[in-house]
Design a protein around this ligand. Structure first.
Ligand code: GLU
Length: 352
């Protein structure tokens, strides 16, 4: 926030040196991914090594960031995001949480591999009890490529995290000029720069460092969430796995996960979270053993209707609503830290 003091209509700030016009402090928390990737040549837009460039180099590469905010960097991880486990996820959440508790930090930007960016974003949306801006950003091309998208994405992400307008809007994802909500954005294209989409649309845009808003999220997040990273001990969440449905599938994967300690299984069903006739008895049996069954869909858009395709009330199953299987996995893991009751889990799926 800029400070000026007026005396008799004169602004004293004019008498102070320019550098005393404090800009908002934004911390870039780097975790790796393509945005920190490097390829052998400028034409290598898809063949490169992710998670190579350190955070300070990412910041230094964009001198214009200084015009937006007082930017500092933290190297939280240096990893390709498909390899993130609970340990890394919890560690990033704890680092973000403690940064946001510092009074001088206005917001954070998390640079992240795009593969699982949506999962980290949704997790932070659920466990960080702060209304300060939290913005995740990635890139589809490494910084060494022609028309690299990372620098402008990072510039826009810092602009968003430095703005007052991003406060209290939930965790945000900044990609390709668009601002998305963590809960419903998903990597939907795996080769183009317009990789992220939400079936409910973007919340807004950042253009030339200015934020423009068009929608808000109506679900619970951050300070309205019942989950809090400060109440989660250790470096593991409850074991929740996903099984992807297709024709001619067998129950083997469900049984193997159950045998190896899964507390819940997300069924990434066809269509409306449908369950093949030969799989139904296995899922009923696992539910009776105390393993939660959550019906999601392998279809990218729409939402799973309770008791429509399957009698969920009768079987004690849960539906994932509009959350995709990977986000349903995150919410289920957190839900199981609070309750093992299918009805309570279902309420959480309606609310988050
Ligand atoms: N697979 C890598 C990751 O998710 C690179 C993909 C990317 O960042 O776009 O970290």
């Amino acid at each position: 926030m800029r400070k000026t003091w007026s005396v008799l209509g004169l602004s004293l700030s004019l008498l102070l040196p320019l550098n005393s016009w404090a800009k908002n402090h934004v911390v870039v928390v780097a975790t790796g991914g393509t945005i920190a990737g490097a390829g052998a040549s400028a034409s290598n837009s898809a063949t490169y090594t992710a998670a190579k460039v350190p955070v300070q180099q990412l910041i230094n590469a964009i001198p214009q960031l200084k015009e937006l905010a007082d930017v500092s960097g933290v190297q939280a991880l240096q990893i390709a995001s498909e390899s993130i486990t609970d340990k890394e996820l919890l560690s990033v959440a704890r680092q973000v949480n403690s940064l946001l508790k510092k009074p001088d930090v206005h917001g954070v930007v998390i640079t992240h591999g795009t593969d699982t960016l949506e999962e980290t974003a949704f997790f932070l949306n659920l466990v960080i009890a702060s209304d300060k801006p939290i913005v995740l950003v990635g890139a589809m091309r490494p910084a060494t490529a022609l028309s690299a998208d990372g620098p402008l994405n990072l510039y826009s992400a810092v602009a968003l995290a430095a703005s007052d307008s991003a406060r209290g809007k939930g965790v945000l994802v900044m990609m390709n000029d668009n601002i998305y909500a963590a809960r419903d954005v998903s990597k939907s294209i795996n080769i183009h720069t317009d990789a992220f989409q939400s079936q409910w649309g973007a919340l807004g845009s950042v253009v030339e460092g200015k934020t423009y808003w068009f929608r808000q999220v109506s679900k619970r997040f951050n300070q309205q969430s019942e989950f809090n990273i400060e109440n989660i001990q250790g470096d593991q969440l409850p074991n929740v796995q996903i099984v992807y449905a297709a024709t001619n599938m067998s129950p083997d994967a469900y049984l193997a996960y159950a045998k190896n300690g899964a507390q819940a299984i997300i069924h990434a069903g066809t269509g409306n979270g449908s369950v093949a006739a030969q799989i139904v008895p296995t899922l009923k049996q696992l539910q009776q053993q105390g393993i939660q069954i959550v019906r999601a869909s392998r279809v990218a858009a729409g939402f799973v209707l309770r008791n429509a395709e399957q009698p969920d009330d009768q079987y004690g199953w849960v539906v994932a609503h509009d959350l995709n299987p990977q986000k349903a996995r995150i919410l289920t893991a957190l839900a199981l830290t609070k309750s093992k009751d299918a009805k309570q889990l279902q309420t959480m799926f309606w609310e988050y």
